[in-house]
Design a protein around this ligand. Structure first.
Ligand SMILES: [Ca+2]
Ligand SMILES: [Ca+2]
Ligand SMILES: [Ca+2]
Length: 418
């Protein structure tokens, strides 16, 4: 029965090769248990292929992303069939394609010539495990011309293969004030996968403050002149009419005396430019013929730098004591006629006027009125002037009648009292 069927099939499909007929064709012969029904001569029969290919896939893979899109991943997938040998393996994600970030299941299958299909899968995980790359500028060097902090700006770049917007923090930040010295700027960058990198930038601020100029040299302190009165002595008392001689000592320890002024009661007497510094009544009228009272003398001297010093002296002028030299007795004869020659009775004479004066002071002499008769009715013909100082005097006399008429003064008589 089996042999007959075999022949029929041969007749029905005369042009098909055996290899092209497929596994089902072989399996279709399993029609129960023919061998038990009829004992036949053994015939060579091909084994029917019912096993799928054996597939060789990679283990689950973890791959670093190379771009934001993920990574190109290559893998090898092989299948071998026990009957057919190597067979094609197909996968829904081909090797060498771009795998997105995250986990992708790759499904693969293979089919042998007998349409036995084997399928399997593996995982490809694309992850970002690479930290951002921080690119620093060259170490920064700046000058501080005054020693104070300097504002420094800098630019730090960051790159990540996956993230385009990586968080970058640098402290102190760009634009901050950096003190003199070296400051390390610490930069830290993190991507979305929390991969972190750090970098350090050196900022050096040099103090270029110019050295302070030396303090200006203090000019030496000018010493004031020294001034004092050499003469007259302190507490000198002079007398009216006297003249005064003045001399001052003036010196300057670190220079010289330019000139000295002498003042009397604040009024300049005269400037003296050369030592000895002297004033006297011959050269200076205000020091001659002093009048009773007091006055101040101030000497003011200037040194070569215009610095001055003064000395003051009080002068007392006392009234000069009058020297009593003599008493002068004047005698006269009682007149008997008037100036016109007419008779003048004694009873018509009321008094006499005596006038005497120093030779150069005719207008400021002394006048004395003398009664013509004394208390007893006697005629008065003399008068004593007492305590006259020395001097060149003139004496004269006039007659006053009872009508009050005054005669011409007699020619004065001169008398020099030594
Ligand atoms: Ca197979
Ligand atoms: Ca990264
Ligand atoms: Ca001086």
């Amino acid at each position: 029965m089996r042999a007959i069927l075999f022949l029929l099939m041969m007749c029905l499909i005369p042009f098909n090769s055996y290899a092209e007929k497929g596994g089902r064709w072989a399996s279709s012969s399993e029609d129960g248990n023919p061998r038990s029904k009829k004992k036949t001569k053994p015939v060579a029969v091909e084994e029917v292929d019912t096993s799928g290919p054996v597939m060789s896939l990679p283990s689950d893979m973890v791959v670093s992303a190379t771009t934001a899109a993920g990574a190109v991943v290559f893998y090898t997938a092989n299948s071998r069939d026990a009957v057919d040998g190597a067979v094609t393996t197909q996968c829904d994600y081909a090797s060498g394609s771009v795998f997105s970030l995250g986990q992708t299941q790759v499904n693969c299958w293979a089919e042998d010539a007998s349409q036995n299909i084997t399928s399997s899968s593996f995982l490809i995980s694309v992850i970002d495990d690479v930290a951002p790359i921080i690119t620093l500028p060259a170490p920064i060097e700046q000058d501080s011309s005054d020693g104070l902090p300097v504002s420094v700006t800098y630019s730090v770049q960051v790159f990540d293969q996956v993230d385009s917007n990586v968080a970058l923090v640098c402290l102190p930040s760009s634009g901050s004030s950096f003190p003199v010295g070296t400051t390390m700027v610490e930069c830290e960058a993190s991507d979305d996968a929390r991969n972190t990198s750090t970098a350090t930038l050196s900022v050096m601020i040099a103090d270029t403050t110019p050295p302070a100029p030396p303090p200006p040299e203090e000019p030496p302190v000018n010493m004031a002149p020294v001034v004092n009165f050499f003469m007259p002595a302190v507490n000198t008392v002079v007398q009216t009419g006297d003249g005064l001689a003045v001399e001052i000592n003036a010196s300057d320890a670190d220079g010289f005396i330019e000139y000295c002024n002498l003042y009397k009661n604040g009024n300049l007497i005269r400037r003296e430019s050369y030592a000895p510094y002297q004033w006297n009544s011959n050269m200076d009228q205000s020091l001659a013929g002093l009048v009773e009272g007091s006055f101040s003398l101030v000497a003011e001297c200037f040194d070569d730098l215009g610095l001055n010093a003064t000395a003051e002296l009080a002068i007392v002028v006392e009234a000069a004591p009058v020297a009593i030299v003599a008493n002068v007795l004047l005698d006269w004869v009682t007149p008997t006629t008037r100036e016109d020659g007419t008779y003048l009775a004694v009873s018509e004479i009321d008094a006499y006027e005596i006038y005497y004066y120093l030779a150069d002071q005719i207008d400021t002499g002394t006048s004395s009125s003398i009664a013509a008769q004394d208390g007893l009715g006697g005629l008065v013909t003399s008068y004593e002037i007492q305590a006259l100082a020395s001097g060149n005097y003139y004496f004269s006399i006039a007659t006053i009648d009872t009508n009050g008429s005054v005669s011409r003064f007699a020619d004065p008589i001169n008398l020099v009292l030594p």
